[in-house]
Design a protein around this ligand. Structure first.
Ligand SMILES: [Zn+2]
Length: 621
């Protein structure tokens, strides 16, 4: 993301390097395990062979769903970021296969337009042609941003030119059933300066909500074609579609100076965060249509909360942060990164969650490791899905995560997310030393600085209440928002932010009926959950009742990692008062006092089938 204007300017991916720690380790695992894993599965599932068949002139045995092309592009983008850091990945091999399938006029999709296939753009509602083109374009933009204009970049530009020719002002008055192309075109405009890509993105945003797509059982709200983008009250319909569209709308608004459109998306974001978002940051509660529910319709056990919706929410928060400079967007990005994005891959980086419920009532069954999983719902991560958007989206986000940590403006540098690493930008060189989120101390060391005063801003998350900032001059309390230090920095200067990461109890809004009377435990940016494998009995999570008046204790959990902090909370187990009919006039009896062990939500389901819950019923006083 490189907007040409905005309150804050992003840093380049070459200006930030993660070095170990929570996110650095995950990025390294992504490069070493997830990217090769995804490449192997795409080969094995025949999704890359679709491109080979197309290049040979006909696709007679296409495999995979209509959007499988997009997975190859997402993976190519992930590889782009990694090889730019010097990692090894089969990027050339992959790109050679992809670009060979492009038609002379720039069209590139293995599902349509050849003998025996449906004509191009004959199924805009479900065909995902522009969606796939969008990911191709984004992969090309990524490559351009690493300073290389190769065959992938040329293919992306040809694809974009083709889209503009087909869908321009004088072309088809239509949109794709799955938004995505909008932000891709704006990004290509930013990377190349070619204005028609921005014009086309604007056309797509303005055309959405004009009922150009057919009605369907789920209603046109499913693909946001029921209401014009700027007239909507909250994000609705298919969550990933809604969030990708919002990203594209922000991009268009920023580049065209359309403050009303930007304000509309901010308003929709506010309502969505206030009433349609899980404690984890997960978005989209309904399995039906993978969609947002009504306000406060946030059941923990039926949460859909697709991993891709988490990725998309981080992308949207980032755009809104750059546009406005407001810390609330970085706060939500942090919550979503630690509790949805980090929950996506398994500890070995070779299995993934698609949905992210906050309660698992029955232990999942181990997936068949040889075949793609046909279901999006599982109590366990699986190696691959028939619909594998989430693993590839995670791969490209983790590979580019350094870009989401810090920004610049005319006054100095801002740190929004805390990760061990090094930043070199505009003559400033900083080292960030931290064991966040396990420990709350973040030390920023200045290694090089320009010969003039500048401002270092450190985000204090809303959850922190009050934190402490130690500068070379003083130690002072700082409140949520940005703690700023204006001074003449010299190499060797240090600032330390101390965030209070003690465990805290969190209560839901009473309008979220599904979890009224329960509490959850958070520690720093992490949401915790109770997983059955840690409890004294397998039934301990069926009817627990916790006592928040007893202090939460911290424990080690070496099985999940030497750095991991687990928690213990005082609880009772309730015994049902009735058998054979789960209702009656007398309440349950207290069966036994116990302690519930809690682990970070993002680490659950790494130790075999288990039940799990985030929200814990509170014992009635
Ligand atoms: Zn997905």
């Amino acid at each position: 993301m490189q907007p040409s204007t905005g309150t804050l300017r992003p840093l380049g991916l070459d200006e930030v390097r993660l070095t170990g720690g929570f996110w650095g380790d995950r990025q390294a695992r992504n490069a070493a395990a997830t990217i090769p894993h995804a490449y192997e599965w795409q080969r094995r599932a025949g999704w890359l062979d679709n491109f080979r068949q197309a290049a040979a002139g006909g696709v007679t045995a296409r495999r995979g769903r209509e959007f499988s092309d997009s997975e190859a592009y997402k993976l190519a983008e992930a590889m782009v970021w990694e090889i730019a850091r010097g990692a090894d990945a089969p990027y050339r091999e992959l790109v050679e296969v992809l670009v060979a399938a492009q038609e002379p006029d720039g069209y590139l999709n293995t599902m349509f337009g050849r003998p025996g296939q449906a004509p191009r753009y004959s199924a805009l509602d479900w065909g995902h042609e522009l969606y796939c083109a969008g990911f191709l374009i984004q992969a090309g933009v990524a490559r351009l941003r690493t300073g290389v204009a190769d065959a992938l970049v040329a293919a992306a530009i040809r694809a974009a030119d083709h889209v503009c020719a087909e869908f321009g002002a004088a072309g088809r008055q239509a949109v794709c059933g799955h938004p995505e192309i909008e932000m891709a075109l704006v990004e290509l405009y930013r990377a190349t300066g070619t204005g028609r890509y921005l014009d086309q993105a604007q056309l797509f945003v303005d055309r959405r909500g004009q009922a150009t797509l057919p009605d369907l059982e789920l209603g046109r709200s499913y693909y946001q074609d029921d209401v014009p983008v700027r007239d909507r009250a909250a994000f609705a319909g298919h969550a990933v579609r809604a969030l990708y569209l919002a990203c594209g709308a922000v991009d268009v608004a920023v580049e065209t100076g359309d403050d009303k459109l930007l304000a509309a998306i901010v308003r929709q974001w506010e309502r969505t965060v206030a009433a349609r978002t899980y404690l984890t940051g997960g978005m989209g509660s309904r399995h039906e249509g993978e969609s947002f529910g009504e306000d406060f319709e946030l059941p923990p056990d039926r949460a859909y909360a697709e991993t891709c919706a988490g990725v998309a929410s981080v992308m949207l928060s980032w755009r809104l942060l750059l546009a406005t400079g407001e810390p609330r967007f970085a706060d939500l990005a942090e919550r979503t990164l630690f509790n949805v994005v980090a929950a996506g891959p398994s500890l070995d980086g070779r299995a993934f969650f698609y949905t992210n419920p906050l309660q698992q009532r029955a232990p999942g069954s181990p997936p068949d490791p040889r075949v793609p999983n046909p279901r999006a719902t599982a109590g366990e991560r699986v190696p691959w899905f028939d619909v594998s958007c989430c693993p590839n989206n995670i791969a490209r986000l983790l590979a580019s995560l350094g870009g989401y940590l810090a920004t610049r403006d005319d006054r100095g540098l801002q740190l929004h997310q805390y990760a061990a690493g090094r930043i070199r930008a505009g003559g400033i060189e900083l080292g960030v030393v931290t064991e966040y989120p396990w420990r709350g101390a973040v030390t920023v060391r200045v290694h090089a600085a320009p010969q003039r005063p500048w401002r270092l801003s450190l985000r204090v998350p809303a959850w922190a209440g009050e934190a402490t900032l130690v500068t070379p001059e003083q130690t002072r309390p700082v409140s949520p928002g940005y703690a700023v230090v204006d001074r003449f920095w010299r190499p060797g200067d240090e600032v330390r932010l101390e965030l209070p990461v003690a465990p805290r109890w969190t209560e839901p809004d009473p309008r979220i009926d599904a979890v009224r009377g329960t509490v959850a435990v958070e520690r720093g940016p992490l949401v915790y959950c109770a997983e059955s494998v840690d409890q004294r009995t397998a039934q301990a999570l069926d009817a627990p009742a916790v006592d928040p008046s007893v202090p939460v204790v911290e424990r080690r959990m070496p099985a999940l990692g030497p750095e991991v902090v687990a928690l213990g909370v005082a609880a009772s187990t309730l015994a049902p008062a009735h058998a054979g009919w789960p209702y009656g006039s007398t309440g349950p009896a207290v069966a036994e006092a116990t302690e519930l062990v809690l682990v970070p939500y993002h680490l659950w389901a790494n130790r075999g089938p288990a039940t799990m819950r985030v929200w814990l019923p509170e014992r009635r006083r």
